[in-house]
Write a protein that binds this ligand. Structure first.
Ligand code: ACK
Length: 907
């Protein structure tokens, strides 16, 4: 309760009230107000207090102590004697009112004496002391006055106490609630918001209600100690050293889990002891743990060219249950169910080479392995040798040179030959005859010329390979139809199809699109309109000349077609005064281009043939031709960007070769680059094919530096000769537009190639890319990779650039001597250094070279003892080197064997 400032001494007396000093029961003098007009009727004697400020209170309490004479105890009193008095109040802002009219006061209550009178000695009288409390709402003014009205009783006011009630400052659920005045009504509840104590945060908004009697009611919500602190006696105290509290919803601080500690009070997490770790997802309550030790008892079971590896769990799991295993091996092998993240202690390895030594490692990892080691080796390994196995099926059969009776087939070596391929067997039969009657042909090379077929007949071809281990499975059936007409002599080597054939082809082989030679049309305009859209010249807006082409100017400009956005285009025009033949040749490019639809082939928008000049409209390539573009930006691209360009080109070339189109002039100058660095194959002019083929005219037209030897020698233009050119484009790209063979003469280039020399790796060119170039430049065209294979290889490099593209052949001065390949020792592109780098053992480069191990042949005799004697002592390193030596030797032996076989097969 809070007392209000009441000064009794200043209570104004009315006419009848007297201020009297008396002694209280302890003989202390007190002042009282008395009245006792019991003999006269109609009494109304008023006594009021000074102004009392209400100090924010809304309901005040008045406690009155008084004595009252029992009318019966007064001798001779008539009916005028009363035993009650009235209590009044009046609210006011004025603290100094002299006169307040009685009618302005509002009555609080009539007060009567209590039953239980207390006896009080006042002077010589024994009185009974009454205590009465009344309350009233005071909300309208700053303060109030109280008044007492006597109506004819005999009263003495001993004391008047005025107070109001508050709910006292209190802390509930870690929230502080301030001292709060109670409400105005006897039933009112005042809502109060609490504030969180130090080092605590709100869990749910803390609230309580202050009741009319000064009691706090209904606590809601509250606060919780922040992490690192715990609740003690309504406050938040820091966790002691060795304890932690991670989240505010936890209970008290907890002792640090095993293998961890906290050095300061107030820890939210305990740090791991040295050598122990926690993974990102481990809760703070979990003990710190360790990486596992190595798996144990690795055993292998070889089944031909697959292996089952089984092992048991490590000795020490490091205190965790999330152990996973990872298998490793050198080379392209297939792990199932997968290579890493293995939950079970078993993995199957397939697609292994037959008769080959492999080393497999099994490593154990858990949630804390990343960046930490268990101190000891975490993996076990096993070395084994696979058994003999038949070759895997032949893939990618391709037909070329199709005539009425003949077809040339070529195919890829099986992905896993599993030994030296002794021969291939081609089985073929007429499709509608099924396999009732078939013919077999055997060949040592990867191609076969099949003759004596019936015209316009669908044949099914299947090929299988044989090694010492026997025959492999047949390839999937490959269907092809012989022609009804023979080819025009003008395009002797382009495997194209006449219009009539195309119709039949579509009928026989729905879904396979083959390029149609526009020269099989009698009317050249019919051909061009079959494949190209005629554009009205008024829709073309020529802006500027950007170059000179074979037939006239090349301009840039804009094209607006109805209902389409305006686009930038390149416009090739045919210069005035042309002959009919030139018009036909010029438009043949559009007839060819119009058949293609691929993101890496320049797109034809249309042609203008109905008015002059005759024009070919193509998409506009902002960066112009690739060779000039690269020269302009010498050294400015990353290897990945360059490989990205090469990938685009090969993707376009694959599309062309799938359509059976042979480009014949693939070179960086005929690749165009747009603003996004997308490369597109262009220049489909047929003129070079159709010109007068007399020897002299012919060779002057052939781009010698880009052309495969067989195409130079006897005009054998095939997808494989395009592959040769692609190798040269790779070299141009990696050397930023350098001229192939620099300033050597054409004759010298032909001679050098014939002698087995090839362009060296450009500066900073990754080894694997130069290797791919060398593959494209294989003398025997059937050994060159197909565009599909090149595309796959580049995709692999792009997907895994750090391990594949990082290795360059070092900085080489350019120009330099060409590198010999295919010399008598067949080892030119192999080096100890690259090999050791590839298997991660480059630290032994000097050791091995110093001991004379510099070629695959020299490694033939290498043994564990040899290695130990020259200082390679770590058993796992010895294993790894030996396993890899086997593989190196095997692939070299195979290569040599193939080259020897090929040299025996007449080309
Ligand atoms: O190297 P460039 O700038 O790119 O010079 C040649 C020139 O015309 C003669 O062929 C350029 N050129 C050809 N076709 C296009 C095209 N579609 N977009 C942009 N430039 C082109 C080529």
């Amino acid at each position: 309760c809070m007392a209000l400032d009441l000064r009794l001494s200043q209570v104004r007396t009315g006419v009848a009230w007297e201020e009297v000093s008396i002694m209280d029961e302890k003989n202390i003098p007190i002042r009282t107000y008395q009245v006792c007009n019991v003999m006269e009727p109609s009494q109304s004697n008023w006594l009021r207090t000074d102004w009392i400020p209400r100090s924010g209170a809304q309901r005040i309490y008045v406690e009155i102590k008084f004595t009252l004479r029992d009318c019966n105890s007064l001798p001779g009193v008539t009916g005028t004697c009363k035993e009650t008095f009235n209590l009044y109040y009046y609210e006011s802002n004025n603290d100094r009112e002299h006169y307040i009219r009685e009618s302005n006061f509002l009555k609080i209550d009539t007060v009567a004496a209590d039953e239980s009178f207390t006896q009080v000695d006042i002077g010589d009288r024994i009185m009974k002391l009454n205590t009465e409390v009344r309350n009233v709402k005071v909300t309208t003014r700053k303060g109030f006055y109280l008044a007492f009205q006597d109506v004819g009783a005999c009263i003495a006011l001993i004391s008047v106490r005025v107070f109001y009630k508050t709910c006292p400052l209190s802390i509930r659920n870690l929230a502080t609630f301030p001292d709060t005045n109670t409400g105005a009504d006897t039933s009112s509840l005042v809502e109060v918001k609490g504030s969180c104590v130090n080092q605590s945060e709100e869990r749910e908004e803390p609230k309580m209600y202050c009741g009319a009697d000064g009691e706090w009611l209904v606590p809601i919500g509250g606060c919780v100690c922040i992490p690192g602190y715990e609740e003690k006696g309504g406050a938040c105290q820091a966790c002691k050293v060795g304890f932690y509290r991670a989240v505010s919803t936890d209970g008290a601080c907890s002792e640090c889990p095993p293998h961890s500690h906290s050095e300061k009070a107030g820890a939210t997490v305990c740090d791991c002891n040295p050598g122990y770790y926690r993974s990102e997802t481990d809760p703070a309550s979990m003990p710190c743990t360790q990486p596992p030790s190595a798996p144990q008892q690795l055993i292998s079971e070889v089944n031909e060219t697959s292996v089952v590896l089984e092992w048991s769990a490590p000795l020490r799991l490091g205190g965790r249950t999330d152990i996973r295993y990872k298998a490793g091996s050198l080379g392209d092998v297939l792990f199932s169910p997968q290579q890493s993240g293995l939950g079970a202690t078993r993995v199957c390895v397939s697609e292994l080479q037959a008769h080959t030594r492999y080393t497999f490692t099994i490593g154990a990892r858990n949630g804390v392995s990343q960046g930490h080691t268990a101190g000891a080796r975490e993996s076990v390994s096993v070395t084994l040798t696979t058994n003999q196995a038949a070759p895997s099926p032949v893939t990618s059969i391709q037909a070329s040179d199709v005539t009425r009776h003949d077809v040339s087939l070529a195919w890829q070596q099986p992905a896993r030959p599993n030994g030296v391929i002794l021969e291939y067997e081609v089985k073929y039969y007429e499709k509608n005859q099924k396999e009732r009657s078939y013919r077999i042909m055997k060949t040592a090379s990867r191609s076969a010329d099949i003759t004596g077929l019936n015209p316009l007949t669908v044949y099914v071809f299947q090929v299988r390979a044989r090694t010492a281990a026997g025959y492999g499975e047949f390839s999937a059936p490959f269907e092809f139809s012989t022609n009804s007409v023979t080819f025009l002599p003008t395009s002797p080597c382009t495997p194209s199809t006449s219009k009539q054939d195309l119709e039949e082809e579509k009928h026989l082989n729905p879904g396979v699109r083959i390029y149609v030679d526009p020269f099989t049309y009698e009317d050249p305009d019919q051909a061009v309109h079959e494949f190209a859209k005629e554009i009205d010249a008024s829709n073309i807006h020529i802006e500027k000349v950007i170059g000179i082409g074979e037939f006239g100017e090349v301009c840039s400009g804009r094209l607006r077609l109805q209902g389409k956005r305006e686009i930038y285009v390149a416009i090739k025009s045919l210069k005035a005064g042309y002959a009919d033949k030139q018009r036909r040749d010029f438009l043949s490019e559009a007839s060819i281009m119009g058949q293609f639809d691929h993101p890496n082939i320049i797109r034809l928008e249309g042609v203008v043939t109905r008015c002059k000049p005759v024009m070919i409209i193509t998409e506009y390539m902002e960066n112009g031709s690739l060779n000039t573009f690269l020269r302009k930006h010498d050294g400015q691209f990353t290897v990945i960007q360059l490989v990205g360009m090469l990938r685009g080109i090969v993707s376009g070339m694959k599309y062309l070769s799938d359509m059976s189109y042979v480009h014949r002039d693939l070179a960086a100058r005929n690749i165009l680059v747009n603003s996004n660095l997308v490369c597109k194959v262009s220049d489909f002019g047929l003129s070079r094919v159709l010109e007068d083929e007399s020897e002299a005219a012919y060779t002057t037209q052939i781009p010698i530096r880009w052309t495969a030897p067989e195409a130079i020698a006897y005009r054998k233009f095939t997808p494989a000769s395009d592959t040769w050119s692609y190798g040269v484009v790779m070299w141009e790209v990696m050397s930023y537009g350098e001229r192939p063979y620099w300033d050597m003469s054409n004759q010298d280039v032909i001679k050098a190639i014939d002698e087995g020399y090839r362009l060296p790796p450009p500066m900073d060119c990754p080894v694997c890319l130069h290797q791919l170039m060398l593959d494209c430049w294989q003398r025997d065209r059937i050994h060159r990779p197909s565009f599909t294979q090149i595309l796959n290889i580049l995709d692999k490099l792009i997907r895994n650039p750090t391990t594949t593209l990082r290795r360059t052949g070092g900085e080489r001065p350019v120009p330099t001597l060409l590198e010999p390949v295919g010399g008598p020792e067949f080892v030119s592109v192999w080096s100890v250094e690259y090999w050791l780098q590839a298997i991660g053992m480059d630290m032994y480069k000097d050791t091995l070279t110093a001991a004379g191990y510099t070629s695959p042949d020299s490694l033939l005799t290498l043994t564990q003892q040899d290695m130990a004697s020259i200082g390679i002592v770590t058993p796992s390193h010895q294993d790894q080197i030996l396993a890899s030596v086997q593989q190196v030797l095997l692939s070299h032996m195979q290569q040599i064997q193939e080259q020897m076989q090929d040299s025996m097969v007449p080309v």
